[in-house]
Design a protein around this ligand. Structure first.
Ligand SMILES: Cc1cc2nc3c(=O)[nH]c(=O)nc-3n(C[C@H](O)[C@H](O)[C@H](O)COP(=O)(O)O)c2cc1C
Length: 347
């Protein structure tokens, strides 16, 4: 049935329909009875998939990747759809409008998306205040949702000062999120991916760890990597991750590659720059997870992100060493039942 609905939804501009649908869901979920009915329908039942990773208890291992709920506006609604965790952000210190629209494109022939959003977000202070309110809100008191905070730097911040932006976001969000993801792998902020170089990373991550260690309750810090890294770059990151005892990796972000797409060349050219996500990155992301898991003998926890649409895709990631899963493009193509479908096949 969702296939028919999707055909109608795909007639509308992707960014507008995203906000329209999520805000409509918010309105529906504000009615307690409807929220409970939706939760009953969409949630995985029985607690058989409850898992402890990163010293946190997840109701199920299926989460929503960063960039969907950038400003932490729809946490209750996403939990209602069954997600075990939601990664908010990427959040930057100052609010940002992001790139000029249109900046989000569907590639239905490839079950893919291209985006060049450019870290549009309300800024860390507004997001922290929203999370604070959500945490104290009656409807979230019974929530088991794990919240990740994905942090980045503002476009205007030069790379040599990037560590300061990560520090600001880390400190502001620390009381309100359960884990952190340092994002240096988005292709849509000029120069950002250069921060994946070992010494730049060491500076940022060490600094955050130092602040973390000074807190009464420290939070896991993970790093999100690009699927476009060469093997020696991955090796460098693994050396560093083991050396500084990083809590985990998110593998992977979107790719700048356009190899092997079914969508016509002209259309791809017309869309222009941006990160490609969905089915075309599935295999590459899985190979990276497999490589990392083998090379580190499973010492580094991995959140898999990249082309997960079905239970079979989820199992593929878990079988090569992933500990948790995130969907994004799959949510758009498979619809709101995706978490339940994946969870059912994992039982
Ligand atoms: C429209 C869009 C916006 C995104 N924004 C972010 C972001 O702000 N930060 C981030 O770390 N990843 C972002 N991502 C990447 C996703 O979190 C995910 O890692 C990637 O899309 C691969 O997963 P998928 O194939 O399931 O979509 C974004 C992806 C999309 C499609």
């Amino acid at each position: 049935m969702y296939n028919a609905i999707r055909r109608i939804l795909f007639l509308f501009p992707p960014e507008s329909i995203h906000y329209f649908l999520m805000n409509s869901l918010k309105a529906l979920c504000s009615i307690g009875l409807i929220r409970r009915l939706l939760a009953r329908y969409f949630s995985e039942k029985g607690g058989r998939l409850t898992t402890t990773e990163l010293h946190l208890k997840f109701q199920n291992p299926v989460g929503l990747g960063a960039g969907f709920d950038k400003n932490a506006k729809w946490l209750t609604e996403l939990e209602t759809l069954g997600f075990g965790f939601v990664e908010i952000g990427t959040v930057t210190p100052l609010p940002q409008e992001g790139n000029k629209k249109p900046r989000l494109f569907r590639l239905p022939k490839d079950s893919a998306i291209v985006n060049r959003m450019g870290f549009n977000n309300d800024g860390v202070q507004a997001v922290a205040q929203r999370l604070k309110r959500w945490r104290s809100d009656a409807s979230s008191q019974s929530s088991n949702l794990i919240i990740g905070g994905n942090i980045g730097k503002n476009k205007i911040t030069p790379n040599e000062d990037a560590w300061k932006d990560y520090e600001i976001c880390f400190k502001e969000l620390h009381p309100y999120v359960d884990y952190f993801v340092v994002n240096v792998s988005s292709p849509n902020t000029p120069g950002l991916r250069e921060l994946q170089e070992k010494e730049s990373l060491r500076k940022i991550l060490r600094h955050l760890q130092m602040i973390n260690n000074g807190k009464a309750r420290s939070k896991p810090i993970l790093l999100k990597i690009s699927p476009d890294l060469m093997q020696d770059q991955i090796d460098d990151i693994l050396d560093l991750a083991l050396e500084i005892k990083l809590d985990g990796l998110v593998c992977t972000n979107t790719t700048v590659s356009r190899a092997g797409l079914l969508t016509g060349k002209d259309e791809i050219e017309k869309i222009g720059q941006g990160g490609l996500s969905g089915k075309p990155i599935r295999e590459r992301s899985t190979l990276i997870i497999e490589y990392i898991h083998k090379k580190t003998a499973g010492e580094i926890p991995i959140i898999a992100s990249g082309g997960i649409f079905t239970g079979a895709h989820a199992k593929e990631k878990l079988n090569v060493g992933a500990d948790l899963l995130q969907v994004w493009t799959g949510f758009i193509y498979e619809g709101p039942g995706i978490v339940k479908k994946i969870c059912t096949s994992l039982k």
